[in-house]
Design a protein around this ligand. Structure first.
Ligand code: EPU
Length: 419
């Protein structure tokens, strides 16, 4: 297993170019299963998750290659079965269900199970498929959805923690090939859902309202091949903006979209990290002291849960008390005890973490538990004095393209070593 060795205390300076969005790419890759014609997807980040999704497409019968950020898929003939080994490795693979059900009217997929950040049920996905007319059976760890035909209807997709991102993607994909009109109410408004809708429309689907809580899909008989470029990764961009603030540096973030990052930029400003727009770029800089801020994670356009851990590292450096409340995933605080190993003073009280910031952080060996927790530990290591070893960075490699190389180009002393 590989680790990062970080010698902290160096302010980051320079330019970084943001990769394509992992969470937009995954459902878009799955959507290529909806047509028997070839599709080309550009700006696909080369990560273990996207490589894995490429393998899943292959195992379902498609020809799929991912090279230099371009995915070429031809799903001429596909089968409807995805086994446990495929689904358990990446929870995001659940988004193959919608396309399989839409095209073949049958999908048999292993239940994904929970993960370190929470239970992650798929009840809302199944509720949506059922509303479209699919019969759902669960047996021996597999869920099967099947229908003679899918019929458009009105579906309310709100759940206990608000809308579901991949649930919205799944129902939207299945409904493109349903008969009649489907209206998804309480749909997820994330930019990744909008990007998927744009790709589906390029394939000949008829979707309006993506990006709002009401999405209307008028079913069509067939979808055709299309080309698409994935949006930039707003979570990767947020991670670099925060890293600039944490190290008291100045970083120009290129290729990201500031309009996708309003909640993050607003909180960074409150914390004393300015993010200035300069043409298509953003420049993050911190001059003075950091200030504590309270944060609650919310569905888009609120503060993203995928940036909660990184922001906690920043708040550990801000003198005073910050309260960070996690409203999307119930146990997404695994980074807290690892940050404590670096000297951070953080207490968990129910869904909130109380950060008593401003204590000096000193390097130590730490363990990454999930993707965003890993990014938080890297940020803390960059700001800490001495050497930090972040173990198990395979979590980080799932979602950040060449993070170590990008950080080195900004002056960070970081290298990848065998544990
Ligand atoms: N939920 C249900 N029932 C469902 C589906 C979800 O109760 O059927 C709950 C979840 O347990 C959670 C909330 O609804 O409490 C929101 O979950 P959502 O379904 O929106 O999450 P997801 O679609 O499975 C995607 C991203 C996550 C990101 C979340 C929230 C992908 C591949 N994953 O997951 O990304 O945190 O949306 O924005 O798009 C990451 O990149 O590190 C990551 C975990």
């Amino acid at each position: 297993m590989e680790s990062f060795l970080i010698k902290g205390g160096v302010p980051l300076h320079g330019e970084v170019t943001i990769s394509g969005s992992k969470n937009a790419a995954l459902p878009i890759m799955a959507a290529t299963l909806l047509t028997d014609e070839p599709c080309v997807i550009r700006r696909v980040p080369e990560l273990s998750d996207t490589r894995f999704m490429t393998q899943i497409l292959g195992s379902l019968g498609a020809t799929a290659t991912l090279e230099n950020g371009t995915l070429t898929v031809h799903a001429k003939k596909i089968n409807d079965y995805a086994d446990y080994d495929l689904v358990r490795k990446m929870r995001g693979s659940v988004c193959i269900m919608g396309p399989l059900l839409g095209r073949l009217k049958r999908a048999q997929v292993s239940l994904p199970g929970g993960c370190i950040i929470g239970a992650r049920p798929i009840n809302l996905h199944l509720k949506g498929f059922q509303a479209l007319g699919a019969k759902i059976t669960i047996d021996a760890g597999y869920v099967t959805a099947s229908a003679k035909q899918l019929t458009g209807t009105s579906i309310f997709l709100g759940g206990r923690a608000g809308p579901t991102v991949l649930g919205t993607a799944n129902i939207m994909m299945a409904a493109t090939l349903a008969q009649g009109i489907t209206v998804i109410e309480s749909a997820a408004c994330e930019p990744e859902v909008v990007d998927l809708a744009q790709f589906l429309n390029a394939m000949g689907a008829n979707i309006v309202g993506a990006g709002s809580p009401t999405i209307t899909i008028t079913g069509v008989a067939k979808l055709h091949g299309a080309e698409h470029e994935v949006i930039p990764d707003r979570i990767e961009a947020a991670t670099f903006l925060i890293a600039a603030g944490a190290t008291k540096g100045e970083v120009t973030v290129k290729g990201a979209r500031a309009e996708h990052l309003r909640a993050v930029i607003d909180k960074l400003a409150e914390a004393g990290v300015s993010v200035e727009r300069s043409g298509a770029n953003m420049i993050a800089r911190r001059k003075g002291k950091l200030k504590p801020v309270d944060i609650t994670t919310l569905p888009y356009s609120g503060f993203p849960t995928d940036v909660q851990a990184q922001m906690m590292s920043l708040m550990a450096l801000a003198p005073g008390i910050s309260i960070i409340t996690e409203r999307i995933f119930e146990s997404r605080f695994m980074h807290v005890s690892e940050l404590a190993r670096l000297g951070a003073d953080i207490e968990i009280e129910g869904p909130s973490a109380i950060v008593k910031g401003g204590k000096p952080l000193n390097g130590a060996p730490v363990m990454a538990s999930d993707l965003r927790a890993s990014a938080a530990l890297v940020i803390a290591g960059l700001a800490a004095s001495g050497e930090t070893q972040v173990n198990r960075i395979y979590h980080l490699d799932r979602g950040y393209e060449q993070m170590d190389a990008k950080l080195r180009a900004l002056g960070a002393r970081i290298r990848r070593v065998e544990e």
